[in-house]
Ligand binder design. Structure first.
Ligand SMILES: Nc1ncnc2c1ncn2[C@@H]1O[C@H](COP(=O)(O)OP(=O)(O)O)[C@@H](O)[C@H]1O
Ligand SMILES: N[C@@H](CCC(=O)OP(=O)(O)O)C(=O)O
Length: 378
């Protein structure tokens, strides 16, 4: 059972993404899974969930496990890595299932590509699936979809994928379990005078330079410290604190709760604020929805926007685009990421949510704009 120490980086967390690197899961000598260690992680996860914390795992290890199963040694080509990932992924998922089953926790495999986290239509789909799994009490086990992820369109490391998942889900904490207890001023395996940094308030160019080259130090996995710093940038900008700790010994999350040495990268703001800024700033509106007085009242009180309150649709947009929401006097009330295309929105405007599937032949959910994807601007 995990009990939160007052000043632990996890003490205030409500939603945590935990990234587990290959070096922790797989024994470097034998290439086999460290299942005893994994069951202590499962105990920690069960403790967190019993306190009401949402937990999502991003786990590497498919390539390392598949390499052993397929009997491949030495440097691998990209297609060999992809083949190993395909052969190892089922074993990886099974390992989490076995570890969490005794706690009656359901696991769910989610394989994502770079495009799924960058293209907003796919982003909304992935987010919807993961949010639903969390709501149902399951623990999603995320990895990169290596089968389709070629060099140009792949992360290649799960540090940044984990940060994108944290951003997508509005997590407040991202924990990278690594083979090192945090960020040092230089690679401590090469420079014995390197100093440990317990708290990083700002990702200055000096800090970013401390990671050196990607792949430095990595024996079993990929990435080194450089990709962890890139992940930190994504996470803190999304209002999510990031922790790097040495996860090699058993019960890493309990140890973190009890004050284990780590590096904490402080979030700038909170996830809701960062998301609002993202919707308002970075994304150019592609269309406008006009809504009636009842809908304007409902969304300003925090409800999602339903089709029934929409009176007019203009512009040409697809699912995931930003649209403006105007009242009947042409005053902007809100803007947000829409769950339907312009064509679909024109078909369903003014209609009841339970009519959507009969009108379109499918249903992307009752919310034309979900409250989590909308900023009230009036
Ligand atoms: N400034 C630094 N601080 C800490 N570790 C560093 C630094 N620069 C490079 N490294 C190396 O990065 C390694 C961690 O990366 P990696 O092995 O890829 O971890 P993981 O498998 O958890 O993704 C460390 O073992 C260390 O050798
Ligand atoms: N998708 C790959 C991830 C590779 C990777 O990021 O490894 P690591 O540096 O150990 O986190 C796999 O499952 O092997």
């Amino acid at each position: 059972m995990v009990a939160a120490a007052l000043h632990s980086p996890l003490s205030q967390s409500k939603r945590i993404v935990i990234k587990i690197g290959s070096a922790l899961l797989i024994d470097a000598q034998t290439g086999t899974l460290r299942s005893d260690w994994l069951s202590t992680v499962a105990d920690d996860i069960a403790g967190l969930k019993s306190r009401g914390v949402d937990v999502v795992i991003v786990s590497s290890g498919a390539i390392a496990l598949g390499r052993k199963r397929l009997g491949l040694n030495g440097t691998l080509s990209l297609s060999e890595k992809q083949a190993c990932a395909a052969a190892g992924q089922s074993e990886l998922t099974r390992a989490y299932e076995r570890a969490l089953e005794p706690h009656h926790i359901v696991t769910a495999q989610a394989l994502l590509t770079l495009t799924d986290t960058e293209d907003r239509r796919r982003w909304l789909n992935a987010r919807g699936t993961l949010q639903t799994l969390i709501k149902l009490g399951a623990v999603p086990i995320v990895n990169e979809n290596d089968t389709v992820a070629t060099d140009e369109i792949r992360y290649g490391d799960n540090d940044r994928l984990a940060a994108r998942v944290a951003q997508m889900l509005g997590a407040d904490t991202l924990v990278l379990l690594s083979d090192i207890d945090g960020l040092y001023t230089d690679d401590p395996r090469k420079n014995s005078t390197a100093k440990h940094l317990p708290l990083i308030d700002s990702l200055t160019p000096d800090i970013m330079a401390m990671g050196g080259d990607a792949n430095a130090g990595a024996q079993v996995g990929t990435g080194g410290m450089a990709t962890k710093l890139l992940a930190a940038k994504i996470a803190v900008d999304a209002g999510c604190s990031m922790v790097i700790m040495d996860g090699q010994a058993p019960s890493p999350l309990s140890r973190l709760m009890n004050g284990a040495t780590c590096s904490v990268f402080k979030a700038s703001g909170d996830p809701a604020g960062a998301r609002a800024q993202w919707i308002m700033g970075a994304l150019k509106p592609k269309g406008t929805l006009h809504i009636d007085g009842g809908a304007a009242g409902a969304i300003t009180k925090g409800s999602s926007l339903l089709a029934a309150g929409i009176t007019d649709v203009s512009g040409d947009f697809v699912k995931g685009d930003t649209v403006l929401v105007m009242d009947l006097n042409d005053v902007e009330v809100a803007r947000g990421l829409i769950g339907y295309s312009a064509v679909e929105a024109r078909h369903i405007m003014g209609r009841k949510s339970d009519e959507i599937s009969a009108i379109l032949g499918y249903d992307n959910g009752a919310a034309v704009i979900h409250r989590d994807n909308m900023v009230i601007t009036s």
